[in-house]
Design a protein around this ligand. Structure first.
Ligand code: 5GP
Ligand code: ZN
Length: 114
């Protein structure tokens, strides 16, 4: 657990969150400031600061995060209509919280990126 990391504190249960799925590798919870009817953050339990910090040992983890995203998307009725899975990486990518996370967005027509 990284000191002063908000998402590590969520993983540890020290900061409350609305968890929709968890297992031994990942936690998925509702974004506190949703920008779509479904806006869920999927994060590894392990602290990884951003996407550039994943190593060869993390490739299964990244695949697992995608599997979890699909499972949640199906449960939320998004599998047929579609959804978006987004990672914001570092400053230009718009990353604010430096604990790797993927945004699962859906439930409305999403606009172009940029
Ligand atoms: P980023 O810009 O780093 O990709 O996204 C960070 C996300 O974390 C934002 O969408 C923001 O609303 C969300 N967030 C920030 N603080 C909290 C919190 O305390 N709880 C939850 N559930 N989400 C948070
Ligand atoms: Zn962390």
């Amino acid at each position: 657990m990284a000191k002063d990391c908000l998402f590590c504190q969520i993983v540890a249960g020290e900061v409350p969150s609305d968890i929709v799925y968890q297992d031994d590798k990942v936690v998925a919870f509702k974004d506190i400031n949703p920008v779509a009817p479904v806006h869920i953050l999927i994060i590894p339990r392990k602290h990884i600061s951003d996407l550039t910090e994943i190593g060869p040992e993390d490739t299964n983890l990244i695949g697992h995060i995608h599997s979890v995203a699909i499972k949640i998307a199906k449960e939320k009725g998004l599998a047929d209509r579609g959804f978006r899975l987004v990672n914001n990486c570092k400053k230009d990518g718009g990353q604010v919280i430096y604990h790797l996370h993927f945004h699962l967005l859906g439930g409305r027509q999403l606009t172009a990126l940029g």
